[in-house]
Design a protein around this ligand. Structure first.
Ligand SMILES: [Fe+2]
Ligand SMILES: [Fe+2]
Length: 412
């Protein structure tokens, strides 16, 4: 523990509010002193947004407190002070290296690693465009999950080649005896989402695979089951996603959000399944776009923009030529970039010309894009993103938007 931070007793240390970086994820729980008592305020993992910052200012606080045992993450947090909300990186070389390396890794969910369980795959943390190993393991020498993994700063990843091992690990953890019933249920829900990411990654690598499209249908049905079983599941599925952008993660998020909105407007089971499939596969045409363009930071030139826009038509070709893909699901994919004002693409459709599935997927797609982190752009807090979408007057269906905002109202 560094001596730079003042100990205040009861296991907490004080930290100046000025040291908190707006637009980055908090690697520790944040406490405040209220009436002489230390109380929790922000959870670990939450994006410290401008709104969160203004909450502290309104309370007139100049210091916050963290648990002394979080001290290890504090030093590295303070060292990484450069990433600010809306900032653009100045190091294009590091960014290009990162873009080329990132596909070797698969992003995993920290909440699914259970302390004390053994894994036979190495785990890495991606922080500020660098991957470093936080646990070394193999079949011959498995390693137990401990705090060095659970508290590592950054996104946790594994090598893509280890995805099958991760898949096996997911099957075993829901049965871990030390988990409370609530934690076991949460683990089960998160595992559904992780499995969806695995399937989406497979599908984006081999977009014409009928097998992967069939699996997408099963995944969508599992998600609908978990949401119908417990409506609050949707928060587990969408709120833990302050990660760097990968198309497979984005696809799953847009699928989940669309399913949630579909259920909220009382679509029946069959319709919700179709909507979920189209939404989950909405960006399948991106598999044809070179990763340099897909991951480019800064403004795209006209040709690059045309190529990006073409992912919708490309996706339509892939999906409509696949016998496993139900044609009624297509509007969610084909119309997710259409805008009610007619300013969208590829059809420039307007108003009622855009089907319900397209209007739902458009809201889900925009929301996820705004709340996802990029190396050059911090994610927006959900509340902030929703207010931006609501300001895009006329582009999105106002009735659906109201229901969407209500649905996500509980997300911090
Ligand atoms: Fe798209
Ligand atoms: Fe998208």
């Amino acid at each position: 523990m560094s001596t730079r931070y003042r100990e205040i007793g009861a296991g907490h240390v004080a930290l100046s509010v000025a040291k908190l970086q707006v637009g980055t994820r908090l690697p520790f729980d944040v406490y405040i002193k209220d009436g002489g008592v230390v109380k929790p305020l922000f959870n670990k993992g939450m994006i410290f947004s401008r709104i969160a910052h203004s909450v502290l200012q309104e309370k007139g606080l100049s210091e916050i407190y963290i648990l002394a045992e979080s001290g290890a993450s504090l030093d590295s947090y303070i060292a990484h002070s450069a990433l600010k909300e809306g900032s653009v990186l100045e190091d294009p070389v590091a960014f290009m290296n990162y873009s080329h390396t990132k596909d070797k890794y698969f992003q995993i969910e920290r909440g699914l690693l259970v302390a004390g369980t053994a894994v036979s795959f190495s785990i890495y943390a991606q922080d500020r465009m660098r991957f470093h190993e936080v646990a070394q393991a193999s079949d011959a020498s498995p390693v137990k999950i401990d705090n060095s993994v659970l508290q590592a700063v950054g996104d946790l990843c594994i090598m893509s080649a280890d995805v099958p091992k991760y898949h096996e690990y997911l099957k075993t953890i829901a049965a871990v005896k030390s988990l409370s019933p609530e934690d076991a249920a949460r683990v089960k829900t998160l595992a559904v989402k992780e499995n969806a990411k695995v399937v989406m990654k497979e599908l984006l690598q081999d977009p014409r695979s009928g097998q992967a499209i069939k699996k997408t249908g099963q995944i969508v049905n599992n998600m609908i089951d978990s949401i119908l079983e417990n409506r609050d599941t949707i928060y587990d599925l969408v709120s833990l996603k302050q990660y760097d952008y990968y198309t497979y993660t984005h696809s799953v998020n847009v699928g989940v959000l669309s399913i949630g909105l579909g259920l909220a407007v009382n679509l029946d089971r069959t319709q919700t399944t179709l909507l979920g499939m189209g939404a989950m596969l909405h960006d399948v045409g991106k598999s044809a776009i070179p990763s340099e363009i897909l991951n480019k930071q800064g403004k795209l030139d006209d040709t690059e923009y045309m190529l990006i826009k073409n992912h919708v038509v490309e996706g339509e070709k892939i999906l409509s030529s696949n016998a496993e893909f139900p044609p009624d699901a297509l509007p969610a994919a084909l119309q997710h970039h259409e805008k009610l004002t007619g300013r969208g693409y590829p059809g420039g459709l307007s108003g009622k010309g855009i089907k319900l599935f397209g209007r739902i997927a458009a809201i889900a797609d925009c929301y996820d894009a705004l709340t996802t982190r990029r190396p050059y752009k911090a994610p927006m807090a959900p509340f902030y993103a929703l207010s931006i979408i609501a300001k895009e007057t006329g582009d999105y269906d106002p009735e659906l938007l109201k229901i969407f905002i209500k649905m996500l109202g509980k997300i911090k």
